[in-house]
Design a protein around this ligand. Structure first.
Ligand SMILES: C[S@@+](CC[C@H](N)C(=O)[O-])C[C@H]1O[C@@H](n2cnc3c(N)ncnc32)[C@H](O)[C@@H]1O
Ligand SMILES: [Zn+2]
Length: 355
């Protein structure tokens, strides 16, 4: 057993219980998010606590009013209790599954952190029974190969969506996850409002507010839809709603398009929260996301130059030139060479030809 420090938490870690130091950045991001929305009057459930590192950081750094740390694993529960004592905190540790806890618990939590191994899909339903109007859920998925289309059949099976297996896959994957969450939440009469969505390394994580009421639930289900992508001219198109019709050929060049979805077509971020996060943290990912133009998908500069059989052009020059022509244009967290813009692909292609 070794003792480590992360943020303001001191924790013992050992080989029997999950602790990944490389996920510190994601935990820092979650702390920054909770500081931005304010936690002093909120009850927080860390539903997959492992060593208790998040529960402890939320109590110490975000000053959460009450924290419950849950884990199904006995070793995790034991080390979590030891770590709570080490930090002199009053966190309620529980050794049971989320299903067991949800079926016995009368409390609702304003904040629920869910950080499972692999997909969050099988347990999401139980977790939502612990939420009320205005609750915030923070959900991690590490089955990114599934969401990004390396295993398309698994994505169809688990999430009910057809993924896209190309440079757009991370954003499509996060939107497939949000589609799944919105449909599951709607069974409880909740609509969802995504406040922050992050894709990094081998994980995706979404932060969303639940809004109670039939019209919220229907509205958010209707914020999903289908997408199409044309490899020949880089046109993507979307059809919103529960039973949308979408063309199988590209509206621009009439080539056969690749269809994907259903996926979430609404917002990924709340810029107000991001600007508060920028003030309480200097994480690079927060800067990238808060500068990002929140629109559907993006253009990969190297893919377009390849399509045009041109030599490479820098992303910075493409962004500058789009901005000069009066368009929105920013980098994106989803692709180091990607550009988010409101410009049509023909315009981007002709602009890149001139650079
Ligand atoms: C990826 S680890 C969590 C890591 C932790 N959040 C961190 O940042 O270090 C997932 C944990 O969830 C626990 N777990 C898995 N399924 C569970 C369930 N159905 N109910 C409660 N805990 C569960 C596992 O025992 C494991 O400790
Ligand atoms: Zn086309």
């Amino acid at each position: 057993m070794v003792r480590i420090t992360e943020g303001k938490a001191k924790v013992y870690v050992n080989n029997a219980v999950f602790y990944n130091p490389r996920m510190k950045g994601l935990r820092d991001l979650s702390v920054s998010f909770l500081k931005a929305i304010g936690c002093e009057d909120k009850r927080v459930l860390d539903a997959t606590a492992a060593t208790g590192i998040r529960a402890i950081r939320y109590a110490k750094e975000c000053k959460a009013k009450k924290v419950v740390a849950l884990d199904i694993n006995r070793d995790a529960y034991n080390i979590c209790r030891k770590n709570i004592r080490l930090n002199r905190l009053k966190i309620d540790a529980k050794n049971m599954s989320i299903r067991e806890y949800a079926s016995n618990c009368r409390d609702k939590f304003e904040i629920v952190d869910f950080d499972p191994f692999g997909s969050p899909a099988p347990v999401l339903h139980d977790l939502l029974t612990l939420c009320g109007d205005g609750s915030i859920i923070m959900v991690t998925a590490t089955d990114t190969a599934v969401l990004c289309g390396a295993h398309a059949a698994a994505c169809i099976k688990v999430y009910g969506s057809k993924p896209l297996h190309n440079e757009l896959c991370k954003e499509v994957g996060i939107r497939i996850l949000l589609n799944y969450i919105s449909r599951t939440a709607s069974q409880f009469n909740f609509g969802i409002l995504p406040l922050l969505s992050v894709s990094d390394m081998h994980y995706m994580r979404v932060f969303a507010r639940l809004e109670f009421g039939a019209s919220n639930a229907v509205g958010s289900v209707n914020s999903n839809g289908l997408g199409s992508f044309c490899r020949k001219c880089y046109k993507f198109a979307f059809a919103r709603g529960i039973a949308p019709s979408i063309e199988g050929v590209c509206p621009t060049c009439k080539s056969k398009v690749e269809l994907f979805g259903p996926l979430w077509l609404g917002q990924l971020y709340d810029k107000g929260i991001l600007s508060k996060m920028r003030k309480n943290s200097d994480l690079k990912i927060i800067r990238t996301i808060s500068d990002e133009y929140d629109t559907l998908l993006f253009y990969s500069v190297p893919k377009i130059t390849k399509l045009l059989c041109r030599s490479s052009v820098s992303q910075r020059r493409v962004i500058e030139s789009l901005l000069r022509s009066g368009k929105e244009a920013t980098r994106t967290q989803f692709d180091i060479d990607g550009v988010k813009t409101d410009a049509e692909p023909q315009r981007i292609l002709s602009l890149i030809k001139k650079l």
